[in-house]
Design a protein around this ligand. Structure first.
Ligand SMILES: Cc1cc2nc3c(=O)[nH]c(=O)nc-3n(C[C@H](O)[C@H](O)[C@H](O)COP(=O)(O)OP(=O)(O)OC[C@H]3O[C@@H](n4cnc5c(N)ncnc54)[C@H](O)[C@@H]3O)c2cc1C
Length: 455
């Protein structure tokens, strides 16, 4: 079968590439291959009752399927060049911002209207942070919420399904360069295309690596972020979250001068499991609908680890630490901050006696047996620093879930068009290593679609 354009991966990158291409060039024959399920079939089996922790499904519904890793995410679209990816290094800051705003307008036109756009512009918290050795990063953030995000995806699918051929539950196994373009191999069929967009996200990192090795596309990788997810009563952070929703705050540790940052803040949200290639880590989300709010806010505290020669496998390092927590806790470990600083493990009764009700069923344990000292020291220092702007953060009952690992896909060598060394082979979204967020991944899809449409 032959297509003009084949897109591998139906995450935000792939969806927005398909959307923009079908808008600009409706005559093109476009196919999207997705390893995971269609949107309505995506369901994580964890029900908090019979199934309380990750059972390692073959295709993780949190990470894979129409909507990609973003489908059950909090739907926070950060419009900024300060974090979320380095798209601006390829297309310039102005273009990157313009594309992120365009993505926002599409989301608003497909069910997102009425959701709130928060901004750090002119906030008093920038000064308060600086006075306490913390830096607040600039951003506007559209919070769709897990519920509205789902509606937007559903509407986008309704629009796309008659214009684009979707192959769900169909992982692409291999990609080869052919005479007039590319050949895509699934377990049963082969498909030809003139142009190919790879948008396989974090879950496709190993596949992407294999493709790059086979096609001799240069890559580099040397970073992984490791840390914990903090959960505390929402009131402790409400002065910040009510105004900014998400505050990206950076702290430079006194001991090692490492950078620790807050990441993915979910006011009134829930902590969830995340399964990346069989390794269970934590993440979080929250709903727009107040009826679905919890009493807690959660956010990650991450320490960036950069490696230099000779070690190259930064993701392998992160995986090993996550595996250690899976080995000790059977999955994710939870510990009270008070237990951690006293050098003792948390137990079921200590957690039950605490004032913070965990929103994820995790195994009480000791994170100091899992996280390297340097990382743990940085996290503890950051918790005390945050306690100055949000008193109560360092309370004994604050819960820490571990581990949270932010794997960075290796950076694939692409040019200013996000095109690899092969003409017509584009690599976008988190799978390219260029983006790490919904807005950047989506913007990269629009960008490449426009490049193809112009040709
Ligand atoms: C729980 C959770 C919450 C998050 N919250 C936020 C948030 O609030 N804000 C934010 O900015 N970011 C958030 N993120 C990150 C965000 O979801 C990603 O940055 C974004 O989805 C990346 O988009 P993408 O299209 O590049 O890749 P993905 O969304 O990962 O999509 C890639 C798709 O490709 C498919 N695929 C992979 N390999 C193959 C193959 N060989 N063949 C066929 N298909 C394949 C996968 O199944 C997947 O569906 C969150 C992530 C998680 C897991």
């Amino acid at each position: 079968m032959k297509y003009d354009v084949i897109i591998v991966g139906a995450g935000p990158g792939g969806i927005f590439a398909a959307y923009e291409l079908s808008e600009k060039r409706p005559e093109l024959k476009i196919a999207v291959f997705e390893a995971g399920h269609a949107l309505e079939k995506r369901k994580c089996p964890i029900d908090g009752d019979k199934i309380r922790t990750c059972i390692r499904c073959k295709s993780c519904s949190i990470m894979s399927g129409f909507g990609g890793a973003g489908a059950f995410s909090d739907g926070k679209y950060n419009i900024t060049n300060d974090f979320g990816g380095t798209l601006h290094e390829y297309l310039g800051k102005q273009k990157a911002t313009e594309l992120m705003k365009y993505v926002d307008s599409i989301n608003m036109a497909h069910g997102g209207e009425g959701t709130k756009l928060y901004s750090t512009a002119g906030t008093k918290f920038a000064k308060i942070c600086l006075q306490n050795k913390l830096t607040l990063l600039n951003a506007s953030v559209r919070h769709l919420g897990t519920d509205v995000n789902y509606v937007v995806l559903k509407n986008l699918y309704e629009k796309l399904k008659d214009r684009v051929t979707f192959y769900f539950d169909t992982p692409v196994e291999k990609l080869s360069v052919s005479e007039n373009g590319y050949t895509v191999y699934t377990s049963t069929e082969t498909y030809e295309c003139s142009k190919c967009i790879l948008s396989v996200g974090r879950v496709g990192s190993k596949w992407m690596q294999k493709v790059c090795e086979e096609l001799e596309i240069p890559t580099k990788s040397n970073r992984v972020d490791i840390g914990v997810r903090v959960e505390l009563p929402a009131v402790i952070f409400s002065h910040l979250t009510d105004e900014l929703y998400e505050s990206k705050i950076v702290y430079r540790t006194e001991k090692f001068e490492d950078r620790v940052r807050t990441f993915c803040m979910n006011p009134y949200g829930a902590v969830v499991n995340e399964n990346t290639n069989g390794i269970v880590t934590v993440n979080g989300h929250s709903y727009e609908d107040p009826a679905k709010h919890t009493d807690n806010t959660n956010f990650a505290l991450l320490v960036a680890k950069h490696f230099s020669e000779p070690f190259k496998d930064s993701n392998g390092y992160g995986e090993s630490i996550a595996r250690l927590s899976n080995m000790l806790g059977g999955g994710v470990i939870v510990q009270r901050f008070g237990d951690l600083v006293r050098g003792r493990r948390s137990t079921v009764s200590r957690i039950e006696e605490g004032l913070v009700r965990p929103t994820l069923a995790a195994t009480p344990g000791d994170l100091s047996l899992v996280l390297p000292k340097r990382i743990l020291d940085g996290i503890i220092e950051m918790i005390y620093a945050l306690d100055k702007i949000a008193p109560g953060t360092a309370n004994d009952d604050t819960l820490l879930y571990g581990v949270e690992v932010k794997f960075y896909n290796m950076e694939v060598a692409v040019d200013e068009n996000l095109e690899s060394r092969y003409k017509g082979l584009y690599v976008i979204g988190d799978g390219s290593g260029v983006t790490h967020s919904l807005s950047h991944a989506s913007a990269s899809g629009v960008y490449v679609a426009r490049k193809i449409a112009e040709q």
